[in-house]
Design a protein around this ligand. Structure first.
Ligand SMILES: *Cc1c(COP(=O)(O)O)cnc(C)c1O
Length: 367
């Protein structure tokens, strides 16, 4: 028997969630965001499962090349553009679409001599204040990009990113939309037609039809986790694509007062059975998960106790004294939303999904 920790990936859940995105944004095309190895799910396998997406988006040239080498033919967008002018040649060769978010990137493009067309996404800072051009610079940059010789056959589109879409009532949402509409409206006057636009992440896809524009960019919802803040309602039934699981590797009877684990910071409140599970922060289980974080043993609650170690966690088996080594354990997934674990651990589902480490085998299946 090998160490039993696994991340099971349900490919049907991915396609189900994609169809929910499609239904919620019926008038838009879908750029499926599969950066960070598809939020820990495995980018190539996810891209194949999501072959109905209109395009994919990743964070780097390396991530895009991995997809091209695996034979993925859909358009691929580099969400941060290139990090160095040397990357431009490969971007053209592999037909990657580039975000342009800063002056340096514009200069690189102006110095670049391309034999082929290039598709660009001009990123506007509408209020997140992280990446993108100020609305007041947008017209000038737009015109500089349009003048690039290889733009005769290429295309410039608009994009912006939302700071607080997970909070439906946050006032910055409307302000960002208004700024985006104002900036992008002028391209229609300039060109006689409107360039394509994109603004919505998963949260805006599900809550703001007025932000859908031509392309929506869902990420987290495709993996079946809620993009909204805890407590915000969700209009669709997403299906978790990843089930993070392992097994009990030992079961002990401990006495009242026995202290357990590194630091001996937790003690048994009474004589009780204690389970040791083969999973730890070395697999991506959050080290900051506190006592009481839900864990399922045999599908039943067995809360976390004591400190999370690199390869092990301890669970309270008072609810099922007959549990034995080898019994199945679920850390999150179907029946135990990753958002719930994230809330206990003071983080978000995104980080937990991305954080499942390379030593955890991904096992792909349907249903
Ligand atoms: C990651 C990312 C997305 C996807 O966001 P989700 O909240 O996962 O839907 C969309 N757009 C950009 C620019 C991103 O970086």
């Amino acid at each position: 028997m090998t160490r039993p920790v696994r991340a099971r990936i349900d490919l049907d859940a991915l396609t189900h969630n994609l169809s929910l995105a499609r239904a919620a944004a019926a008038g838009s095309r879908i750029m499926a965001v599969i950066k960070a190895d598809a939020y820990g799910h495995g980018a190539v396998r996810v891209a194949r499962a999501l072959s109905q997406a209109d395009a994919f988006a990743v964070a780097s040239l390396e991530e895009a090349l991995q997809l091209r080498e695996a034979g993925i033919r859909q358009p691929i967008v580099l969400l941060d553009g290139v990090f160095h002018p040397d990357e431009l040649e490969q971007a053209v060769t592999h037909q990657l679409q580039l975000v342009v978010h800063c002056e340096e990137q514009v200069v690189w493009l102006e110095r670049f001599r391309s034999g082929a067309a290039l598709s660009l996404w001009l990123k506007i800072n509408t209020g997140m204040n992280r990446l993108g051009f100020a609305p007041s610079d947008a017209t000038t940059v737009w015109q500089r990009l349009q003048r690039l010789p290889y733009m005769k056959t290429g295309e410039v589109r608009w994009m912006s990113h939302l700071a607080c879409a997970d909070e439906v009532k946050h006032p910055v949402n409307d302000a960002q939309l208004e700024a985006f509409n104002e900036v992008t409206g002028f391209s229609a006057r300039l060109q006689g037609k409107s360039a394509e636009r994109s603004m919505a992440n998963s949260a805006a896809l599900l809550t703001r039809p007025d932000m859908h524009f031509d392309w929506v960019r869902p990420g987290i919802m495709l993996y079946g986790a809620s993009p909204m803040l805890p407590g915000e309602p969700l209009s669709v039934q997403l299906r978790p694509a990843m089930t993070f699981e392992s097994q009990l590797m030992a079961v002990h009877s401990r006495r009242k007062g026995d202290a357990v684990g590194y630091g001996l910071g937790w003690s048994c409140p009474e004589d009780m059975p204690l389970g040791i599970v083969a999973v730890g922060y070395g697999d991506g289980y959050p080290r900051h998960a506190p006592n009481g974080t839900p864990v399922l043993v045999n599908g039943l609650p067995a809360p976390l106790v004591s400190r999370v170690s690199m390869d092990m966690i301890c669970v309270d088996l008072r609810g099922q004294p007959h549990a034995r080594p080898g019994d199945p354990v679920q850390l999150w997934g179907r029946g135990l939303p990753v958002e719930q674990i994230a809330e206990h651990a003071g983080t978000i589902g995104y980080e937990l999904l991305c954080g499942v480490t390379a030593r955890v085998p991904r096992v792909y299946g349907n249903g």
